[in-house]
Design a protein around this ligand. Structure first.
Ligand SMILES: C=C(O[C@@H]1C=C(C(=O)O)C=C[C@H]1O)C(=O)O
Length: 215
């Protein structure tokens, strides 16, 4: 494994626990400590520039449409575009951190949508999006099916997007479909607003994605 030291860029941004002498002597101990510090917490993407591997940076920090970026990268590989696989679309409980982001009580039921963004059969990104029920129904999002939520969102002229947070924790999906068990290496979250409608979009980038783009 190649080990780069990012200690200068990292300093002051994330608290690293004190490392013992034996840990410091193992190869890449510093890198591992940084990785685990990033893993435990959501971090603003902007604070991780120069810390995360360079190839990942545009994918995790860009605020334009991920659907479009992925579709473009897939077509460059073999001419085959992105396919949205719908894994779940229902109403169900939001998790505690999700409810906080949406400004609703914990465990309140919300509109939930989970998808895999695939190249052929290979999931590059898995995603879980949530919106408060009263507002979601007004927008008839249940008719989206295997159309892209991003495609719909980025057509809204008043669309705004919050800052993007990044974490190394894997994105957990509620769907019981086999594709929903796909592991993810990095995830990010951000809130889109269009009028009073707000949707929390969380995206997990998979080992397939890393392999295909040689990141
Ligand atoms: C938010 C976007 O939409 C993408 C499309 C999704 C869907 O169809 O459910 C989910 C997550 C996103 O990656 C985007 O393109 O940026």
């Amino acid at each position: 494994m190649v080990c780069h030291s990012h200690s200068a860029a990292f300093a002051g941004k994330i608290a690293i626990r004190a490392m013992s002498r034996s840990e410091l002597n193992t190869p890449c101990a510093h890198q591992r400590a940084m990785d685990s510090a990033v893993r435990r917490h959501w971090q603003p993407a902007a604070s991780l520039q120069g810390v995360m591997p360079a190839g990942w940076w545009p994918w995790l920090s860009s605020s334009d449409s991920l659907t479009q970026r992925l579709d473009h990268a897939m077509r460059m590989l073999d001419g085959q575009g992105l396919r949205v696989r719908l894994l779940l679309q229902d109403t169900g409980p939001a998790r505690r951190d999700e409810a906080r982001m949406l400004g609703i009580a914990p465990r309140r039921h919300v509109w939930r949508r989970e998808v895999a963004l695939c190249h052929g059969d290979e999931p590059w990104v898995i995603a879980r999006s949530l919106a408060a029920l009263d507002l979601a129904h007004g927008h008839r999002l249940s008719t989206l099916g295997e159309g892209s939520l991003g495609h719909w969102l980025f057509r809204q002229p008043d669309l705004t997007r919050s800052a993007i947070d990044v974490s190394r924790a894997p994105l957990r999906l509620a769907s019981t479909q086999p594709l929903a068990r796909t592991a993810s290496l990095w995830m990010r979250r951000s809130m889109f607003s269009h009028g009073r409608f707000r949707v929390l979009v969380q995206e997990g980038f998979t080992p397939r994605f890393q392999h295909a783009l040689e990141l």
